[in-house]
Ligand binder design. Sequence first.
Ligand SMILES: [Zn+2]
Ligand SMILES: [Zn+2]
Length: 86
Amino acid sequence: MLTLSLASSSTIRALKAITEAKRKKFALPCSVCKGKGFYICKLCKGNSTIEWSPLYDFVFINPCVCPACEGNRVQRCLNCLGKGYY
Ligand SMILES: [Zn+2]
Ligand SMILES: [Zn+2]
């Protein structure tokens, strides 16, 4: 009984993997991230930091860790949710 349920669950997993592979094969690559699943952060433009001045005074401009990508320089594509395809 145990072996039977193990076999069936692995079969389901295999079938799911095949379905996913088929979907990927016929899916259109995401046009926003060009199939990568992520793109360069729009806020810091890949610099990982932004120049931010709390006093609007150029003397006090400090590089701050980008709040949008948290210093990762890339953002997960919101169009395809990081998959790279539809
Ligand atoms: Zn950023
Ligand atoms: Zn995308």
